[in-house]
Design a protein around this ligand. Structure first.
Ligand SMILES: CCCCCCCC(=O)SCCNC(=O)CCNC(=O)[C@H](O)C(C)(C)COP(=O)(O)OP(=O)(O)OC[C@H]1O[C@@H](n2cnc3c(N)ncnc32)[C@H](O)[C@@H]1OP(=O)(O)O
Length: 160
């Protein structure tokens, strides 16, 4: 389970490499690796609307969680969100190209402390998240009762 050779992270649901599913709620978050930081772009539309013309906070949180999930590709470590804290700093407008970034803050055994930010075109912060991800065995994902993508068969095998 790795990123593409050009540093991009496959455009479909980024932490579901090879599963073929789309981003949650139809959001087209595209991510790539820039050094140790996952960067991406997203534009919200009416499907993610909360107040008129403004993205729903849950949609904003979803994009941040999705970007955080992409960090797992960088770490080559299966993990899940245990805790996600989102601060909404300014309204996130629909139909505007936005920037997202996510990174590792600290790793402490199974605990991955990650952070992410959503910014407007001028890189003003709209929302930011801190998260605790916990490393799991890939078997965790079989609880849904569905077959896992072939690309996941070696996911986590290079980590302790
Ligand atoms: C590629 C596939 C997708 C990748 C994921 C993308 C992001 C997602 O959307 S994941 C979906 C949402 N998340 C989930 O469904 C997770 C559901 N929760 C679980 O399965 C479990 O609670 C799980 C695995 C997180 C933790 O369970 P478990 O492995 O038994 O850990 P547990 O023993 O309870 O806790 C381990 C440590 O973490 C701490 N911890 C656990 N949960 C939390 C929490 N919510 N907040 C703070 N600390 C926590 C515990 O206190 C403990 O700390 P310590 O070792 O210091 O005592």
């Amino acid at each position: 389970m790795k990123m593409m050779s050009d540093g991009t992270i496959p455009e479909h649901h980024p932490h579901c490499l090879g599963c073929g599913s789309e981003n949650p709620a139809g959001m087209q978050l595209r991510t790539r690796l820039d050094g140790d930081v996952v960067r991406g772009e997203v534009t919200f539309d009416r499907r993610q609307q909360g107040a008129p013309g403004i993205a729903h906070g849950g949609a904003v949180a979803t994009v941040l969680d999705d970007a955080l999930g992409s960090v797992l590709v960088v770490l080559e470590t299966p993990a899940v969100t245990a805790n996600l804290n989102v601060s909404f700093r300014a309204p996130t407008l629909l139909h505007q190209p936005l920037h997202v970034e996510a990174r590792v803050v600290e790793r402490d055994g199974r605990k991955l402390h990650l952070s992410a930010r959503l910014m407007d075109e001028q890189y003003t912060t709209l929302a930011e998240a801190t998260a605790l991800f916990l490393v799991v065995d890939v078997v965790h994902f079989t609880q849904g009762g569905e077959a896992l993508p072939e690309a996941w068969s070696t996911w986590g095998s290079s980590t302790t």
